[in-house]
Design a binder for this molecule. Structure first.
Ligand code: FAD
Length: 440
């Protein structure tokens, strides 16, 4: 059945307690927590496990300086991360050595003070620190800037390991993963979910969790609902092995990195994104104008192969028309060479010990953005049985475990153990959408 891997050699089952669309970290974690409670779970993945964002992330697991709606989730999530290697029985490169944002100027330092005060209300010990304190934390850094925002308990893990680990453990507990097998429809009776139609057959179920990342808006559109979700392209590199620079997750002087246990770095130009101009760009544009304006210095627009591929997919004989839910099964997402060169050169300038640094591997991923910068999590009132876990807006790797746990609770208990009102899908229809407080 699977054309890609050893997962799902069994035939597609006729029914399941829950079907999950998408095997990124949200889908894999949800499958694990459902299977752990004895539910019969099927995960449909149009390509391969963690083939999109979840296998391409840098690996920062950040609770600090989040939208306040997300902070309670991340506090609960850090507890899950702390036990995850033991629970999943494998190395995830998990460590909790802190996160440092350098300020670029006094105005940013003042913004950090506000963020730190907000975090402390939730019990997170985020604080603004001086250049001297930064130099003590990272002695090899030549310029500590005017100060920074420091979170000593922040974490990191390796994205290429985490989703497959959830999927493997879920499989041991009876979940079935089908790679290369997309969802192409959802059957309903009296409005409620009754089955999911996949490329290779139909599965009867009363619960569907849509965790389709940057394609979730396509699934929702297929159901006649509008999810105002957009895409932005993040570029990232892995460097050669370097001497120890810092075990802290670092953002500053226009770069972000984390050093892995083998000495290599996941390195990027800090929070800079590319927007490929496709026709879909104009969909939901009105929702995004404020955040595009706020992020104008961090955003570049391109007409490129993605533009051409998008047009091709709109031809009557191609994806958009014939398979609107699948569209581009494995989108071509080119890394931005300029951003790679900038990040490598800047690392060399900031850390003399990084002399000889090279990007030995680079990639990009399409991040799924929501206009208010927070995800959509929870049931969809219009279609009983439909649950959304999407729109992670560039910071959903760190949140994956708690999202999975909460989605399993909604599917099995009817309600989550943490209030998800702020993340409801209906906020867009209600027009109750705040301005994003996060910069991607
Ligand atoms: C370069 C980069 C760096 C990042 N760094 C960080 C970081 O350091 N920390 C952090 O917290 N976050 C980070 N993120 C964001 C994070 O990776 C995402 O928020 C998170 O992985 C989203 O997970 P997901 O499961 O929602 O989506 P995805 O991982 O994108 O998975 C969705 C899956 O759904 C599948 N799918 C789509 N349509 C269908 C269909 N019809 N049928 C079946 N399957 C379907 C897709 O093929 C895909 O595999 C980064 C992202 C990128 C690209």
């Amino acid at each position: 059945m699977s054309v890609f891997s050893t997962f799902s050699q069994q035939p597609l089952p006729a029914e399941a307690d829950a079907v999950i669309i998408g095997a990124g970290i949200q889908g894999c974690a949800t499958a694990y927590y459902l299977a752990k409670r004895g539910a019969k779970v099927v995960v449909l993945e149009k390509s391969r496990i963690a083939g999109q964002q979840s296998g391409r992330a840098w690996g920062f697991v950040r609770a600090m300086d989040r939208d306040p709606a997300e902070t309670p989730l991340m506090l609960a999530c850090l507890k899950l991360w702390q036990g995850l290697e033991a629970e999943l029985g494998t190395d995830l490169e998990w460590r909790q050595d802190g996160n440092l944002f350098l300020a670029s100027d006094e105005a940013e330092l003042a913004r950090f003070e506000i963020g730190a005060a907000r975090d402390r209300i939730f019990g997170i010990d985020t604080k603004v620190i001086t250049p001297e304190e930064i130099s003590k934390l990272i002695p090899g850094l030549v310029d500590p800037g005017p100060g920074g925002l420091w979170g000593p308990k922040e974490g990191q893990a390796e994205p290429r390991k985490v989703s497959p680990a959830f999927a493997r453990k879920a499989t041991e507990l009876g979940a079935l993963f089908f790679e290369g097998c997309g969802a192409i429809g959802i059957d309903r009776q009296a409005g409620a979910v009754t089955a999911v139609i996949s490329e290779t057959g139909t599965i009867r179920t009363k619960k569907v969790i849509v965790a389709a990342g940057a394609s979730s808006f396509r699934v929702m559109r297929g159901l006649g609902l509008i999810l105002p979700q957009q895409l932005a392209r993040f570029t990232c590199s892995r460097t050669n092995t370097l001497p120890p620079l810092s075990s802290i997750a670092f953002y500053g002087h226009h770069i972000g990195f984390r050093q892995r246990p083998d000495g290599s770095l996941n390195l990027a130009e800090e929070l800079k994104v590319d927007i490929d101009l496709t026709l879909d760009r104009f969909r939901a544009l009105r929702w995004f104008l404020p955040s595009l304006w706020d992020n104008r210095h961090a955003t570049s627009f391109s007409v490129n192969m993605a533009t051409a591929r998008d047009l091709l997919h709109r031809m009557p004989w191609r994806g958009e028309a014939r398979q609107p839910w699948i569209h581009d099964r494995d989108p071509l997402i080119p890394a931005n060479g300029r951003r790679i060169r900038n990040a490598v050169a800047q690392l060399g300038r900031l850390f003399p010990a990084a002399v000889g640094v090279q990007a030995i591997e680079s990639w990009a991923g399409n991040v799924d953005l929501m206009p208010d910068g927070i995800p959509v999590l929870g049931p969809v009132a219009e279609i009983p049985g439909l649950i959304l876990a999407t729109g992670m807006t560039g910071h959903g790797f760190g949140m994956g475990p708690i999202v999975g746990k909460l989605m399993s609770e909604i599917a099995l208990d009817g309600k989550p153990s943490i209030d998800l009102h702020a993340f409801r899908f209906s906020r867009y229809a209600e027009g109750k959408v705040g301005r994003s407080t996060t910069h991607y």
